[in-house]
Design a protein around this ligand. Sequence first.
Ligand code: FAD
Length: 410
Amino acid sequence: MDNSDIVIVGAGHGGAQCAIALRQNGFAGRITVIGREPEYPYERPPLSKDYFARAKSFERLYIRPPGFWAEKDISFRLGTEVVEVDAEARSLILSDGETLGYGTLVWATGGDPRRLTCAGSELAGVHSVRTRADCDLLMAELDAGAARIVVIGGGYIGLEAAAILSKRDLAVTLLEAQTRVLARVAGEELSDFYQREHRDHGVDLRLGVTVDCLEGDGTRVTGVRTEDGTVIPADAVIVGIGIIPAVAPLIRAGARGTNGVEVDAYCRTSLPHIYAIGDCAAFACDYAGGQVMRVESVQNAHDMAACVAKAICGDAKPYKAFPWFWSNQFDLKLQTAGINVGYDRTILRGDPATRAFSVAYLKDGRVIALDCVNMMKDYVQGRKLVEVGVCPNPARLADVNVPLKELAGD
Ligand code: FAD
């Protein structure tokens, strides 16, 4: 049996960053990273942005050039996945049947795209956007002439994909089951704004629409039937309805968790010598009033990775990183600071019609989060308000002529 001091499962943002941070912290032991995808770690956000728009080649997505890993003596097993964990024996079984031993295990497996469960969901032409392979397949179908695209799901990934597609000469329909897009993550002001933008850019956006089934010709998808019986013709369908944390082997091994795997303040799972980080890890989030939740962002994956690397190197500190996120649609850059869980009031700064504005989320008068659209200054200055939990004067907060840094002392 091959043995490593550290085995990192998942060669995505968190896994890569953990290996990098271990070396940066002076860890000299053996590190092996196991990744289901065949590629060295690459950035996932461009899959629905620059890469999908063909503005960036895949080589520009690498988190580090492939040669970096050998230079740092970090071994990779790519194109294979961990199927079983034995926490007592400190060993793993890979999908190719091999067994690996570990001193410490870092679980960084992200999530698998949630699939539709209705009839027709297995047809060719039905896509998720999670991996390079997903994206390449979709792009190949567009090149081959797919012209009528239905996007199911009005979250960030569905909206970003629709924004890119709308720039091409394609008929794009976006279906959202809720009465507004981004309902899970943003306030009504932001939803209204993006709904208008998408419609102005030619996206046929339909809200409150539930999918009944996908229709096909026996092999490929040909349309989406909604619950009211409408059939929207489709050459390709993109499903962006969230992820399911990829934690099954760890849960089978006895780790605690329902939605993902639970970790404590140091990113430790309930199993000895096993940490979990990134999209798959559920933790009590200080910036969400201590609510146990998973956070799906590059920031969270990177910062949890750094926290675990430090702990392994003997400098354990609780995970307390400030949450931030971004989304690019059309020429709009959204930057969010904080987490708006439990907000009881929103305050709009600026006029959305100018396409540059911010939304502040308040709870009991304190600013807990900000969404800033083409408002870099608000984002940079507003982070402090969220970090400190400032209770600003609402009228001043709403006045776009008052710089947010002036409210920091309120
Ligand atoms: P991942 O980066 O997903 O890596 C997990 C890896 O583990 C995957 O390669 C997976 O195949 C592998 N794996 C799974 N199970 C196993 C197993 N059993 N054995 C071995 N390997 C396994 N975040 C932002 O902050 N801003 C954005 O704009 C943004 N845009 C996004 C756009 C898209 C299209 C997507 C898909 C995500 C986006 N995100 C964005 C989210 C961000 O990419 C994720 O939060 C981040 O990748 C999480 O890192 P991770 O290491 O937890 O998981």
